[in-house]
Design a protein around this ligand. Sequence first.
Ligand code: FES
Ligand SMILES: [Fe+2]
Length: 383
Amino acid sequence: MELATTLKTQDVRIGVREIGINPDHWYAVAWAKDLKPGQVIPVTIWNQTIAVYRGISGQIHALDNICPHKGVDLHTGDVTGERLVCSYHGWEFDHQGQCAKIPYLPEEQKLPCAELRVFPVQEKYGLIWIFPGNPALAAERQPPEIPEFDNPHWIMVAIGARFNAHYSICNENTMDVFHGYLHRNLQGWFNPVLLKLKESDDSVCADYRVSYQGPITRFLGLSEDGGSITTKVISVNYHYPNYYTSLEGISSLYLMRLPVSPSESRSFAFLFLKVRLPQWLVATVRPMLQYSIRHGLFLRFLAQDIEMIESEQRNYWANPKRRYVEINPAIVALQRVLVRQYEQFRQSLEPAHTNGQTGNRHKSVDEPVSVPEAIATNHIDPS
Ligand code: FES
Ligand SMILES: [Fe+2]
């Protein structure tokens, strides 16, 4: 659905800050290089803690991080072959989550029925992805396509970040091209205009016209001459739960969002820049360019964003009933998508509720924070 791009005042009570997630998507949870064969790490998706380990074969597995014996963390255990061994009594769990050995039980004795939840997991684009929702949906919903990945014509910079904030605040920051003012000392963009806005069930696509000026624009290939003003169109595409942003084929940003809890979010981002240098030269200067882009540019922008995001969260916590004024329809559209996705997930649980069962659903990732009230108070004007 195409939406009007006129900026107008909307009185928003931020109910979206109280919603949970739709777990029926693939979430990036860690960099694959940080998990060597034989290692185990804990990851958290919306308060669901998961032990992710790489077996000796190199295969990655993801199991509930709570031992079914006494309830201790499993990620403090060891990996043996393709099994995870609990550090407390040494019970071994295979990658299907079944208890496969108890070291102090005689061989012939039957093992107790102690089973761990198994999460669909995959490794793609140097990231580990987990599907925390209904496993039956995992095959039909894949992680985003990243065609620039491993393409030698692009310089790639990978950056992770943590935010003490609800994922909705982080996502609004990425959709909000009008905050170039914050980055003015870094020669960020200016004079933004919202040109086009589209919203679907699970996405928001916004095209903005923006201007650049200064030496950085030359470095990034945005202009021949850093002194003159260059105008470009930036497309910001949010496809739940991740972002893809493109600047006229000059640069693109893929930003994967991990909602850790109602008060913590992470991101895994890939920034790609098209370099206008001969390939032999790119190969030589690639590490230096990556370092400069990472430290001279990306991390500096990110530090400014984190400060604003966390400040917004703190003030929300101080008074959740306070009303705010929004004038960017792209932000309002984004809030609608976040709420809608969460509502859809909750509705998908309802048939199970009617017979008093939770069906094949697992409740741990969808525990809401006073959600019905939150949605009811989300005074977002859909027009
Ligand atoms: S608590 Fe895990 S084996 Fe006992
Ligand atoms: Fe920013």
